[in-house]
Design a protein around this ligand. Sequence first.
Ligand code: AMP
Length: 284
Amino acid sequence: MTPVIVRTREELAAARSQVEGTLALVPTMGALHEGHLSLMRQARRSAGTVAVSIFVNPLQFGPGEDFDRYPRTFPTDIEACAAEGVDLVFAPSREVMYPDEPQVTVQSGPMGEVVEGAARPGHFDGMLTVVLKLLNLVRPDVAIFGEKDAQQLAMIRRMVADLNVPVRVDGGPTVREPDGLALSSRNRYLSVPERRTGLALSRALRAGADAAAEGPDAVTAAARTVLDKAETADPPLALDYLVLVDPATFAPVAGPGQAVLAVAARVGATHLIDNVHLQLGKEH
Ligand code: AMP
């Protein structure tokens, strides 16, 4: 069944008032792929009604980033939502979300300035601002985000805790291509040779994860070996960062315990990120 599609705050409020029982929201920027669909299935298991938002948020793109060319595939997105049994799609225009230049926005704080935030200044402020607006508009019981964007998920959890936002935040596992490449709306920018080079991200993470028991230095060394090779490939990979951080704070970790190994790189003009959770052992 085709979902109910609402575009304005008034239409959304009317649809929201019809919802009985629990509501789960999956916020997206569209160009939906199997990763998004897996979050919709998780939403279906978590609540009686499933809502998806589709909005390419200008606030979270920096100057020179791909806002203008970001893929917009609304008709096929709606077909995908229908196939997944999504009940409600909120697809606001820029004017609906930002009728005026916003004066008051969410500040992501120090955690928003490290790792991906250091590579993309202002990105997390813009992302948190739109997520808080979507949560206030849709008022879901649970909101579901992908672990693929691990720092985004950690920052949303932190915002919800710090600002007492009445919603449960759940993470969903990263969906990958059979060869390991994490699905991303940006993968469609990649040429065949660029995609081959881009595979180094997931390979490096796997090499790092395989060394987890040997401790942090072994993890980063194993991952770096794979990335070093990709930096001299044709086309080359341009590494932005490879870090081993605490999953909740994104502060560097040096000791044993839970960690996220996160990597970001550019291949051609395409920005790719990926990460893996691991349990670090002691240094031998
Ligand atoms: P985006 O449309 O890229 O803003 O992503 C919308 C949501 O889908 C975010 O919570 C992402 O973390 C999540 N997501 C993106 N790629 C994947 C993937 N490969 N597996 C699982 N979730 C994903």
